[in-house]
Design a protein around this ligand. Structure first.
Ligand code: UDP
Length: 587
């Protein structure tokens, strides 16, 4: 617990009904009997105080911890910024593990594999998610030197990781999430592509195929590409790239898995190439990391950065406010690195070398609603690029300020920034766009840079709870347009979209679009716009109606490559028996 006392004048946070359920169930502290003893005010103060306290270590700091704790408290309880869930859950507690994202190496021997299983279990217990590359494991049926037997291959081990995860329900707070990646040139690639073809299989894993530039060129030319045995480096076969790509698309159409990541691109943006390659990302794909590296994330609610036009001026983004939030948020996330206790000494070491943080955004669709810009328009894409460039520039400038107060990240000199004489920076990366699955519920905003799934919908969360949500900006706009009625809202909750409600004003129908109204190309253009100014990656799912075709998915995967994205995930409505979000009708 922090030594900073909660000021008597601190105001109580205003918590929306959905957030109350989520906070109570997962975030507020409970005693050994499971009785919640922490109020939401105490929760946010616990986090604010624990993170602000780190400031006192830095004598050159421009902030005093008491003042900073209050600022952090205001930032979080006004829902302008929230750190990732493990920070909210564990800051100022004995667990003290505050990062959401980890990548662990899997070496090609039994000790290495089972070390990774154990390490993943330790991370899941504290609320973190783990990513693994299975690419170093020798192929199925290759020889095992020590026994003369045959290897069982990456897929059989993947099942063990999945099973172990199933048993650790993260202390009742959060189920362990994993990413499994296999390079496309691994000999077992076809089995891996098909690994989730049966519904419910490997359900603690997202799978992605690690695509290389060489492979994508071969797809374009309909040429063969080589399969390489990871243990010997020798060519052991070849496949037609176009055929493999087609099957990959087929499986993604059937079940949403596997997604794709562009490994060469991820490594082209590796800020510390001298420390090795990045082989995997965290579970949702937005955070590529080195083996044994962790990263904490945080998200700014862009819906709160809207400046209403005064005296006949157009409404705008509140740039001054956004700048203020970015600078405070970067300080917050850098302090989280110090406050966090990592589950393994190797992780502490890697994190402290590069000091990566991932500041991102949520509430993007909410901001567009306020600006009256349709998500599926070039103006929205241009605005996305402008907003993210601003966030990235300010985050880097904040990281520079921290470097003058606290010193640059230890590997700065050998990093790409040091070699190009940019910086010095306090952090090897500063920006990442997370899905903000739970943060957006707490903040009551649209998630990440996604369009709204539906203007009104039923959200299935945490096993059996169901939450009904209506977008507040939509409700206000309907009222302003004089079109509000209880019947209308009920109908919208059933179908989610107003696209076909011709009795509603045209402006409402063009501005208040939902993911199902949006052509896939706009999802990708938006992802690419944000990626352009994000150090790490952008979490984005291209949501598709159930009648989307394989060709649609082919085009999405191909365009993601052409537009410079680092990866992409698709989800076709109804292609899994359980999905996180659903409108009333499909429920
Ligand atoms: N994550 C996890 N388990 C979960 C959800 C998320 O381990 O059930 C991790 C994972 O690394 C993911 C990251 O947290 O990529 C960020 O996810 P999100 O933004 O949805 O988390 P939030 O902070 O909103 O809870």
């Amino acid at each position: 617990m922090s030594k900073l006392k909660m000021p008597a004048s601190l105001s109580d946070p205003i918590i929306n009904e959905n957030a109350k359920i989520v906070l109570k169930r997962r975030y507020q502290r409970k005693d050994t009997e499971g009785v919640t003893y922490e109020t939401t005010k105490e929760l946010f103060w616990r986090v604010a105080a624990a993170i602000a306290e780190e400031e006192d270590k830095y004598k050159e700091s421009s902030f005093k911890s008491t003042k900073l704790a209050r600022e952090f408290y205001e930032l979080m309880t006004s829902y302008r910024f929230l750190p990732n869930s493990p920070t909210l859950m564990n800051a100022g507690t004995d667990i003290g593990q505050l990062a959401a994202c980890f990548v662990l190496p899997i070496e090609d021997d039994i000790e290495g594999i089972f070390d990774a299983v154990k390490h993943a279990a330790m991370i899941h217990k504290s609320g973190g998610g783990t990513g693994f590359s299975f690419s170093r494991l020798r192929a199925k049926d290759s020889v095992v030197g020590s026994t003369g037997g045959v290897a069982s291959g990456p897929l059989s081990f993947l099942k063990i990781f999945n099973c172990a995860t199933e048993q650790i329900k993260q202390g009742g707070t959060r189920r362990g999430a994993n990413m499994g990646i296999l390079r496309v040139d691994h000999p077992d690639i076809m089995d891996f592509i098909k690994a989730k073809e049966r519904d419910g299989e490997l359900n603690n894993f997202n799978l992605s195929i690690g695509l290389t530039e060489a492979f994508m060129k071969a797809v374009e030319k309909k040429a063969d590409f080589d399969l390489i045995a990871p243990n010997s480096g020798e060519k052991v076969g070849s496949l037609n790239a176009r055929d493999v790509f087609n099957i990959l698309v087929q499986k993604a159409w059937e079940s949403g898995d596997p997604g794709i990541v562009f490994l060469d691109r991820i490594n082209r943006d590796n800020p510390t190439p001298k420390l090795g390659d990045m082989e995997s990302t965290n579970p949702c794909g937005e955070q590529p990391l080195l083996p044994y590296e962790a990263c904490n994330l945080g998200s700014i609610n862009l819906g709160k950065c809207f400046a209403k036009g005064k005296n006949g001026h157009d409404s705008e983004v509140d740039w001054d406010e956004l700048k203020r939030i970015v600078h405070l948020a970067v300080r917050f996330l850098d302090n989280v690195i110090d406050a966090s206790q990592y589950p393994l000494p190797q992780i502490t070491e890697t994190v402290e070398m590069n000091r990566k943080i991932g500041l991102g955004v949520m509430g993007w669709a909410d901001l567009l609603y306020q600006l009256k810009i349709p998500y599926n328009s070039q103006s929205a894409v241009d605005m996305g690029e402008r907003v993210m460039k601003f966030v990235q520039d300010e985050a880097r400038s904040a990281s520079k300020t921290l470097a003058t107060e606290r010193g640059h990240f230890p590997t700065y000199v050998e990093s790409i920034f040091g070699e190009a004489n940019l910086g010095p920076y306090r952090n090897a990366t500063t920006t990442t766009i997370a899905p903000t699955g739970t943060l957006s519920i707490i903040a009551g905003c649209s998630s990440g840079v996604e369009p709204l799934f539906a203007l009104s919908f039923v959200r299935n969360v945490m096993d059996n709870d169901k939450l009904v949500e209506t977008n507040s900006f939509f409700e206000t706009a309907v009222k302003d347009a004089g079109a509000y009625s209880a019947n209308l809202m009920e109908e919208i909750a059933k179908i989610g979209t107003i696209k076909k409600m011709e009795h509603l004003p045209e402006e409402l129908r063009t501005v208040f679009v939902t993911s199902m109204d949006i052509e896939p190309i706009w999802h990708l253009k938006m992802q690419a716009a944000f990626q352009k100014h994000t150090d790490n990656a952008v979490s984005k799912t291209v949501n598709l109606p159930s009648n989307a075709t394989k060709e649609d998915i082919w085009n999405i995967y191909w365009k993601a490559y052409e537009y410079g994205c680092k990866g992409v995930t698709v989800y076709r409505d109804g292609s899994k028996t359980s999905q996180v979000l659903c409108t009333g009708e499909s429920d």
